[in-house]
Design a protein around this ligand. Structure first.
Ligand SMILES: Nc1ncnc2c1ncn2[C@@H]1O[C@H](COP(=O)(O)OP(=O)(O)OP(=O)(O)O)[C@@H](O)[C@H]1O
Ligand SMILES: [Mg+2]
Length: 384
């Protein structure tokens, strides 16, 4: 029952981070669990009863593309923190492979790992993890100090990232003098200071109140646009996941349930668990026209306005409702389908409608690339 979750466009050659068959089992003789099929196939509760072990991460395989925001989502205990910590071996995986920029991380020795953690990865934690007796500027430059950079270089770089995250003027305050949101900006600045290739976030905003939280999410979107780092972002909040994630991995009990873009999770949930998870999402804000386009009917006029398949339903609503002809959904000169009032209203008027598990228009046309996208089918269906 290997869940093979691969994104066709991101293969092992162009991935920044490639994870194959990753397991983390806590408990006595943990090594045997991934090796022995009769144990590996047990669900979490049965495994715990039989062996006393917890499979925090079970058999995960996925690639992260350079520059991508990869969100890991799941309820408490689903294994998100264990997974991100395994990526830099802060937690030692029990089995599986981790390839980063072509390098086998599981073969790296302690020295190499420390160097990688200092220069290639940065982590932002839920509880900020700031040093209380150090001023903002010294918290931000801490990693550079550890790396042995000169004081003027540290100061210059720290000031740059302090400006970048909007903390200018607070350089000489101590963490306790700052609000939670500002403290997390210090956390962000510290993570950015050493110019890592990958930023790892473990529920960085869940201790913040909702308004500040939204502000910080916008900040991450802005920073991603400006500095373009690859990000692995853990959250249990679906709206946060949809807002930030290029793709979202949904975990349950350590296993992958679905990996896909936000519209794939909402438009084609892999099972009832995912369907339940996304039930309250406003469909029109997430679904794109590819999900609702239909074949033209006989005699229907085909000279209406055109929109691309990536247009959000919300953005298309006005044009479709105002047009007296069906709107054409066109990609690279090809007509994928049409949309009239009824398709729009079905999404807008009934946001809890559960009948969107149709496949997107481009995959219905037999475009194999899209048809194979993981959101379009259950994650186990492409198991090797
Ligand atoms: N050191 C450990 N020893 C034993 N079990 C552990 C250990 N760390 C985590 N676990 C178990 O592994 C599972 C996954 O935990 P993990 O902290 O990764 O989940 P999470 O998705 O990050 O949860 P949360 O949203 O609450 O942070 C849980 O059942 C947890 O109890
Ligand atoms: Mg956690």
């Amino acid at each position: 029952m290997t869940a093979q979750l691969e994104y066709p466009e991101i293969d092992d050659d162009n991935a920044l981070l490639s994870i194959q068959g990753l397991w983390k089992v806590f408990g006595p003789k943990a090594q045997r669990v991934p090796r022995r099929p009769e144990l590996a196939s047990l669900d979490r509760a049965a495994l715990a009863a039989k062996t006393g072990c917890t499979a925090a991460v079970r058999d995960l395989s996925f690639n992260v593309a350079p520059g991508e925001v990869f969100v890991v989502m799941g309820l408490s205990g689903s294994g998100k923190s264990t997974l991100v910590r395994c990526l830099t071996r802060l937690i030692e995986p029990t089995a599986g492979s981790l390839i980063f920029e072509g390098e086998d991380l599981r073969a790296a020795d302690e020295k190499r790992l420390r160097a990688l953690r200092r220069s290639k990865f940065s982590m932002v934690f839920q509880h900020f993890g700031l040093l209380p007796h150090r001023k903002v500027i010294d918290n931000v430059s801490y990693g550079l100090e550890v790396r042995g950079e000169s004081k003027p270089d540290r100061r210059r770089r720290a000031q740059e990232v302090i400006d970048l995250v909007g903390l200018a003027g607070n350089e000489h305050k101590y963490p306790e003098q700052l609000s939670g949101g500002m403290q997390q900006r210090v956390g962000l600045a510290r993570a950015l200071a050493n110019d890592p290739d990958v930023l790892l976030f473990d529920e960085p905003f869940s201790a913040l109140d909702p308004l500040i939280r939204r502000e910080m999410q916008n900040e991450v979107v802005r920073l991603h646009r400006e500095v373009g780092k690859t990000m692995v972002f853990v959250t249990h909040d679906l709206s946060e996941a949809l807002k930030l994630g290029d793709r979202i991995l949904l975990m349950r009990d350590g296993a992958a349930i679905q990996l896909g873009t936000g519209d794939e999770l909402v438009g084609a949930p892999a099972d009832d668990y995912v369907r339940d998870f996304v039930r309250d999402v406003p469909r029109a804000d997430v679904l794109t026209l590819r999900w609702i386009a239909r074949a033209p009917r006989d005699g229907e006029p085909l000279d209406g306005p055109e929109l691309g398949p990536d247009t959000l339903v919300r953005e298309a609503t006005r044009l479709v409702l105002e047009s007296d002809r069906p709107v054409k959904v066109v990609s690279e000169g090809q007509l994928l389908g049409v949309i009239s009032d009824e398709e729009i209203l079905a999404v807008v008027a009934d946001p809890a409608d559960k009948h969107w598990s149709a496949r997107p228009a481009d995959s219905r046309r037999g475009d194999s690339r899209s048809a194979d996208r993981p959101g379009g089918s259950s994650p186990t269906s492409s198991a090797s």
